[in-house]
Design a protein around this ligand. Structure first.
Ligand code: ADP
Ligand code: GN1
Ligand code: MG
Length: 370
């Protein structure tokens, strides 16, 4: 697919932003969609911003289903927020319909675009600068899950089939190795050995789910710190964004993906692996905050499995980065060659560190649950 800039003007024309558009530029640090911040200038008011996104065609094969999910989830959350006396316009996403009244706009090259109001007065962080900030994100993701407790899960489309099916992710890595499309397998010996030694781990949560020990809930499934907006005034998690993967899933995976991304002090693509480690203090504070946000809705079994959620989301993400590296970087956006391999390496280093601190992680979870 061509650069999103080629059809940006078509997309800008397709939505009614309420005032003349004075600019649009690339925005944010997401790995999947092409995101732009649109500036408008009302005649006698301050400039207003909107988010305009071209949805990734590599990730999402059915934009109609994706948007149907997002509209029903945001409307459901909106009702809950209003009922609780909250601020609907800031605490939940809102879909702006294109002029033709559909849920999204299709450009002349087949690209699917959507728009949201920009949630003003918030920060979006790429790393947990303080434990308080990380805790705020944990409460927000926990609360998000609790708010969706009564959502009719059967009405949701599976926007990315087998998204957190770690066994399937492993199988796809093996297929990429077998294909070795770009001759990159030779660069990945230690990483492939690392995964091979943990093949059994890939089934731990899925086995517990199949055995009925872990319930399937409506979950976010992509709970990175940069997928929650933090209120500038209160420092609290205000609005959970990036709802592309809200689907039936495991609570421990929402917990785990936040730990993977946030409970360390390095970027996902850090090359100096000696700097990559699990920060147990951040782990503990996030655990307490996430449990607080879920409001006691997790079962004892789910709580017991939280460390597995962290380890498996990290292992799985490493497997996904490695697979994409072998496939030729077709899924995750990259800004330099080798970035997906570097990302895989940080994930595996983090998994090793979790294994080295497994008892402490379990003790921290028990302490937070007390
Ligand atoms: P991706 O799937 O590529 O991660 P996101 O939906 O997470 O895309 O958007 C990318 C970034 O854009 C976010 O991390 C955040 O910084 C910003 N963003 C997205 N939606 C909004 C919004 N409604 N208000 C403010 N910022 C937003
Ligand atoms: C992607 O969309 P974004 O950048 O918030 C990915 C996640 C990965 C993450 C790794 C839909 O998240 O699953 O864990 O990158 N999202 C999708 O940083 O694949
Ligand atoms: Mg995102």
């Amino acid at each position: 697919m061509a650069e999103a800039e080629q059809t940006l003007n078509e997309a800008l024309d397709a939505f009614e932003f309420g005032a003349p558009v004075v600019g649009a530029m690339r925005y944010g640090r997401g790995h999947i969609n092409d995101t732009f911040c649109v500036h408008t200038q009302p005649e006698d008011d301050d400039c207003r911003c909107f988010i305009l996104q071209r949805m990734s065609s590599a990730a999402f094969k059915h934009p109609d289903q994706l948007m149907a999910n997002i509209i029903s989830v945001t409307e459901y959350l909106g009702q809950k927020i209003l009922a609780a006396g909250g601020d609907r316009s800031r605490e939940a996403m809102e879909v702006i319909r294109p002029r033709d009244g559909g849920a999204y706009f299709t450009d002349s090259q087949g690209g699917a675009w959507r728009a949201y109001p920009f949630v003003e007065g918030t920060y979006c962080y790429q790393s947990a600068e303080t434990p308080e900030l990380f805790s705020a994100s944990g409460r927000a993701f926990g609360r998000f899950q609790r708010m969706l407790d009564g959502f009719p899960a059967g009405t949701l489309y599976e926007t990315i089939p087998h998204f957190h099916d770690t066994e399937d992710r492993l199988a796809r890595l093996k297929a990429a190795v077998a294909a070795d499309r770009l001759g990159r397998v030779k660069d990945c010996g230690p990483e492939l050995e690392f995964v091979k030694a943990r093949e059994g781990d890939c089934s731990v949560a899925l086995n517990a789910m199949r055995a009925g020990e872990l319930p399937v809930r409506v979950t976010h499934n992509d709970t990175k710190l940069n997928n929650v907006l933090i209120d500038k005034k209160s420092g609290e998690g205000l609005c959970v964004i990036d709802l592309d993967t809200v689907m039936p899933g495991l609570a421990i995976f929402d917990f785990g993906d936040s730990i993977r991304f946030g409970a360390n002090h390095c970027a996902e693509d850090e090359r100096d692996l000696s700097r990559v480690s699990l920060d147990l203090d951040l782990f503990s504070s996030y655990t307490a905050a996430f449990l607080e946000g879920t409001g006691g809705s997790l079962t004892p079994r789910e709580i017991e499995y939280l460390p597995w959620g962290a380890k498996l989301m990290t292992l799985e993400c490493g497997i996904r980065f490695l697979t994409d590296y072998l496939d030729g970087d077709t899924y995750f956006h990259i800004s330099r060659p080798g970035q997906n391999l570097d990302r895989a390496r940080t994930q595996f280093k983090l998994v090793s560190d979790m294994e080295a601190h497994w008892e402490e992680m379990n003790a921290a979870v028990r302490a937070a649950a007390r």
